[in-house]
Ligand binder design. Sequence first.
Ligand SMILES: [Mg+2]
Length: 406
Amino acid sequence: MGLIALADCNNFYVSCERVFRPKLETTPLIVLSNQDGCVVSRSNEAKELGIKMGEPYFLIREFCERHKVVVFSSNFSLYRNFSKRVMDILSMHALEMEIYSIDEAFLEYPEDLDGKDLLKESFLLCEKVKRWTGIPISLGIAETKTLAKIAAGFAKKVGVFDLSGKELQNDILKQIPIGEVWGIGRRIAKTLMSMGIRTAFQFKEMDPSRVRAKLGVVGERIVWELRGLRCSELEESQPKKSIRVSRSFGEIIQKKEVLEEVLSTFISKGAERLRSEKNLATEITVFIQEGFEITCLSEKIAVPTSDTTYLLQIGKHILAKIFEQGKRYKKCGVVFSQLVQENEEIKDLFSPKNPKRKLLMETIDELNSRFGKNSLFFGAVGMRKKWKELLHTEMGFDHLPLVKTV
Ligand SMILES: [Mg+2]
């Protein structure tokens, strides 16, 4: 049986905000929940100041001002976007992966490491995620998910923590209060404490059948997991829920119109894939990159769609919001996410089920596959056409600005 690693993004929301503001690397920083209610993420500096998780902001506002704590409102579409990118990289390095939360995933390491060093490979993985996304992660490694959870707590400070092996486990488990074991809620912890069980080690040494009698099969499973015997396997990874089209340019692009053209090509390609897989997008994210700085913005689509015209319209709208004059862009891309199946979606004007629109899209795809890619394409792709003009003709089947290449 191979080992399990729990990959956990450090101070995730705070880390996402820092990617765009490297100057805040050592500043105390917190992120607040919706409506700026309470603290949901803290930088290490903010933790050191004694700011607690979940603390209502109005209680600590003055304290934050006094200590120059930088405060952010949460931006969940940004965090989801970062999460996806981190998970994509992690998934390349695991036999199997279970995404456990927005910032945590269990990875199944191969049993045979092919002569490679477990710790070294794990540190390299952390480094890679940090370099590619800007997000720092830590890895807790052990035989079971329950033990990997404990290992991850120790990994926070050192990057990677390998808890596999009985001797170390016994030492560590003696330090873990029973209430901190994964799956042990407050009520169960109370019951166990009343029986004199205070640490994870004591719990692990209990007779499993006695535990089952007291806490049921769920409790017994935790005992076995603490002993290094796997009782819960990784849950099957989800089918692909997003489509991403992006590329680095051969040269630097500074003109918005040129960027628009490239982006339009990506959107058209992505939309084609949506249709070929009978999917509709519910969210579209556009990103542009200058040096290591990536700017991205997501927008919800009111009615799920795979309609190129509609997606181009939203994509361009987003680009206009994030584009900055004078920047030297080297990469851009689009991600269609929260995909739903075509038959799940609701009837609407923009719906691809609208027979005319569906026929149009199918015709484009068919002609392109028959006469080569981009035999037919949309006006926005590669034509300096005013977007407004396109909007005017948007609804008319006969007047859609299809352009034939020469
Ligand atoms: Mg975390």
